[in-house]
Design a protein around this ligand. Sequence first.
Ligand code: FAE
Length: 547
Amino acid sequence: MSDSTSGSTGSKGISRRGFIAGTGSILGVAALTGRATAAQAAALPTAAPITSGAHVPALVIGTGYGGSVAALRLAQAGVDVHMIEMGMAWDTPGPDGKIFCNTREPDHRSYWLRTKSKAPLNYFLGFPIDRNISRYTGILDAEDFSGITVYQGRGVGGGSLVNGGMAVTPRRENFGAVLPSVNAAEMYDIYYPRANAGLGVNSVDPAWFDSTACYQYARVGRKHAQRSGFPFVFVPDVYDWDYMKQEAAGTVTKSALAGEILYGNNHGKKSLQQTYIARAKATGRVAISPLHKVTSVAPAAGGGYTVVIDQINTNGDTTATKTVTADRVFFAAGSVGTSKLLVKLKATGALPNLNDEVGKGWGDNGNVMCGRANHMWDPTGSLQSAIPCSGIDNWAAGGAFAEVAPLPTGIETYASFYLSITKNPNRAQFSWNAATGKVDLNWQTSWKQPSIDMAKTIFDKINSKEGTIYRTDLFGTYKIWGDHLTYHPLGGAVLNKATDNYGRLTGHPGLYVIDGSLIPGNTSVNPFVTITALAERNIEKIIATDL
Ligand code: FAE
């Protein structure tokens, strides 16, 4: 399939019957939790990149969770879709035979257009650990704003390529604060189950967890949490736990047990490439153009939208600029990508009717990191699975949910490491800077203080009980808190504010937001299941009523 113009059913041709048929297949495939292998996914039909002058019924900007859900469901309803992705396809092994590099040996594949790595945990024993790399369109973008570095996945699959796969549905009693305008009963009865099935979410076998060396760090985390009276919870994941068992048994190539996570997993993890995107490609109606970056969307003279796209090479240079038209455009470039585009397009007059909510309501999901120094008799293990599987839930009492995170260094560190998600109330705004021609974000590092205070409700108590201290060597010299970053950007085009209650952008019919920018800054847990479930809800309504 080329640029999707060939399909017999344009977006305007969707009938109610076609939609119902599409829904039937949705329900059918939602029952599947198996995954395609990377090789199988790559073998599915791929399209030539989009050509200048093409007309597409539906153009999706970005291939993360929101974009993949939109593409699959539109295609199942008979709409031809073209997905535009600024990152690489990540379907071809490098000279070492692997598609992705591991966290211990980051090479050019690790970072998006950087000449030095920028690891989230960037010191060890007080020494900096970042290393020089050659500039390349690598998989992890550490995007710097004035007060925060926002980590994001780049490539076909978006954040699913680099994340820990922790697939957490928020507690129902917290949902009202997460998405106040959304019917919780529908979400918990229909869309969260659909999202969990579509993503292939599953849980660690508790008996194996109790016996395997690679989760000793999490068992130490459990012991310390429980001795201080905190609820310890297992967290579901999209990693294939049977594969991990085989890794531990030494019968398959190691991935989670070889430090693969932040720069991609070569085996075991069900990224979107193995789930939603594989199924979208299998419809024959979805084409993807990697290394293509959308720079403009504006109303077209004859209806629909004119979309301007830069094709880039692996050095980040523009090699071609293409102009296409689309009947409908779905913004799925992630919270930062979508917000930056919309703020720029409103300010520069390309989309003048967007409302003043665009760019507002951005939060960091309250992310803050810290480590604790354990006693010598409490080792956390030299072999650590890179896939976290547990957390400490002190949300109700202290406003913090802490992942018990790995430090997969390959050596004994005597450290417990945590990524806390906290109820941080601060919200930032994106704005257009005409002088630099860039979009700024006004987050301030000091706005993390509420997150630190909430995380301390857990770790001060554990330290006091265990007679232990915070590590001061992981984020600098004598620095306890990793308060300079987030993995979980959310908001910037908030549901029912910048858009209607289903993601339709105000003022420009046919434009939709369908990613993490709809969520107002916090999900109380790791966000991608909620992003996926909300996208499932919204696309169902859009297909039923707009097409
Ligand atoms: P996202 O997945 O970011 O996809 C957006 C896509 O759009 C990307 O592929 C971009 O390259 C592309 N793009 C951006 N701008 C353009 C443009 N102008 N033109 C073309 N393409 C563009 O968006 N969440 C969890 O729930 N559990 C976890 O365990 C977890 N761990 C994480 C670990 C790390 C290191 C990171 C970075 C994130 C983690 N997350 C986790 C967050 C999660 O990956 C994130 O919330 C989702 O990926 C966001 O999904 P979206 O669909 O909003």
